[in-house]
Design a protein around this ligand. Structure first.
Ligand code: 5GP
Length: 194
């Protein structure tokens, strides 16, 4: 997605060879116009999949997920990272290792929002080693629903999550695929290289 790539180039910061900071439009401040276009792009790519739900992970997946859900007219569920006082029963839980925080946490979704008839699109801000995606897939499987595919805003293609998920047979659609962050330079994988 050309506009997203330009935004990453102008406003993203390669913090190291592996971590990209995009808090000017995705991870802290949010650009609603860009989110709308991201939602339209995901909706277009998955429009024939007969989706019934979108699942994401709080907090940075919520903005692109809601925009996609609005266009596809399906509910959006975000997995919670912390236990809630009002949400205590019937939780489906999985463990996820956080790449940025370097710690393992439980994430959970209430079983009442997913059932065996659901066809689910997973949306997240980043794909690195695939741990967040695998935990969401695990929760969807425990609910006996079907994970139909994954919509990723930024895939760091030099890490192994994308390959891992595609090898398992999942459809992964990433709007920007980063080849390298080395030497503080952001390089993308071109469409032809895909
Ligand atoms: P994974 O589980 O695929 O290893 O990592 C994905 C999760 O880690 C995403 O939900 C995202 O929040 C976070 N993440 C991974 N790499 C980056 C990065 O380079 N920049 C930012 N801002 N978040 C990242």
């Amino acid at each position: 997605m050309e506009k997203l790539q330009q935004k990453i180039l102008t406003e993203g910061i390669a913090l190291s060879n592996t971590v990209l900071k995009v808090d000017r439009f995705l991870n802290h401040q949010i650009d609603p116009h860009l989110m709308k276009e991201i939602g339209e792009e995901f909706a277009n790519r998955f429009k024939n999949e007969k989706l019934t739900k979108i699942v994401t992970l709080e907090s940075s997946g919520i903005a692109p997920a809601v925009m996609t859900g609005l266009i596809l007219d399906v509910p959006v569920i975000f997995a919670r990272k912390k236990k809630s006082l009002t949400l205590t029963e019937g939780l489906i839980t999985s463990k996820v290792y956080s790449y940025t925080k370097q710690e393992t946490n439980d994430i959970s979704i209430s079983s009442k929002f997913l059932n065996k008839d659901d066809r689910v699109l997973i949306i997240d801000d980043f794909l690195a080693n695939g741990q967040a995606a695998l935990a969401l897939i695990d929760i969807i499987a425990k609910a006996e629903a079907e994970a139909v595919g994954l919509g990723i805003v930024i895939e760091k293609a030099f890490q192994d999550g994308g390959e891992l998920l595609r090898k398992k047979g999942y459809r992964v659609e990433s709007l920007a695929r980063i080849k390298s962050l080395e030497n503080n330079t952001i390089q993308f994988i071109n469409e032809e290289e895909k």
